[in-house]
Design a protein around this ligand. Structure first.
Ligand SMILES: C[S@@+](CC[C@H](N)C(=O)[O-])C[C@H]1O[C@@H](n2cnc3c(N)ncnc32)[C@H](O)[C@@H]1O
Length: 204
């Protein structure tokens, strides 16, 4: 079973941005819009000037909602997820009439032969399985090192607090990443606490 949702976000100039997202009711995590995605979309919209004309890669894109929002405000977007998880994001790009975005598999922790040079990485609710955290940060680190401007490149990620025992800030340091919590008013969706972080390379 599937459903198509219309979602609305407000840009910093108060204009509204609408997207249509299909979800599929199966157990696979990639088939739903997670609460963290709504917070990241909201952040992108509230900072839409910063994302306009930038090259953005989304990790663990699932339905593709965050990259679709970024593409709608004028970013060139690459949507990535595990091998075989590309169909739904392709359908959603089509549904939103976005033609210049690209979709390809990218498994965290794997070596990437050729990848696009980007300004920003985005990823919502990617930190949920502790065994994957190192792999994810490896991929983030690699993409930032090979970005358009490694001093300015950033990873924006939303993190749903599910365990109080884990600190992604400590782990990020191991990968030479400076991790800062972005104070953002919209941190509570469906009674979930969702934090927004920015990560960038600490030193070069
Ligand atoms: C909780 S879902 C979040 C989906 C979407 N970002 C959202 O917030 O709606 C986590 C996503 O990460 C992807 N993912 C998990 N492990 C991965 C890995 N090792 N490599 C690439 N993607 C992965 C999943 O397939 C899924 O799409």
């Amino acid at each position: 079973m599937s459903n198509c949702k219309e979602l609305q976000f407000k840009l910093s100039n108060d204009k509204e941005l609408k997207v249509h997202i299909k979800e599929v009711y199966e157990t696979q995590y990639s088939n739903y819009v997670w609460p963290s995605a709504l917070v990241l979309c909201d952040f992108i919209c509230k900072n839409h000037d910063q994302f306009q004309s930038k090259t953005v890669i989304e990790l663990g894109s699932g339905t593709g909602i965050c990259a679709i929002v970024a593409a709608k405000i004028g970013a060139k977007c690459y949507l990535t997820d595990k091998v075989g998880y590309q169909e739904l994001s392709k359908e959603n790009l089509h549904l939103n009439r976005i033609e210049d975005a690209e979709v390809f598999p990218l498994e965290w922790g794997s070596m990437i032969d050729s990848f696009p040079k980007i300004d920003y990485i985005i990823g919502s609710d990617c930190f949920y399985d502790e065994t994957d955290f190192e792999n994810l940060l490896f991929t983030v680190s690699l993409l930032l090192d090979n970005s358009i401007d490694p001093k300015e490149a950033k990873f924006f990620t939303t993190y749903q607090l599910r365990s109080s025992t884990y600190s992604i800030e400590c782990l990020a340091r191991k990968w030479n990443l400076k991790c800062s919590l972005i104070p953002f008013s919209h941190t509570n969706v469906n009674n979930q606490v969702i934090e927004l972080y920015e990560m960038k390379k600490e030193s070069f």
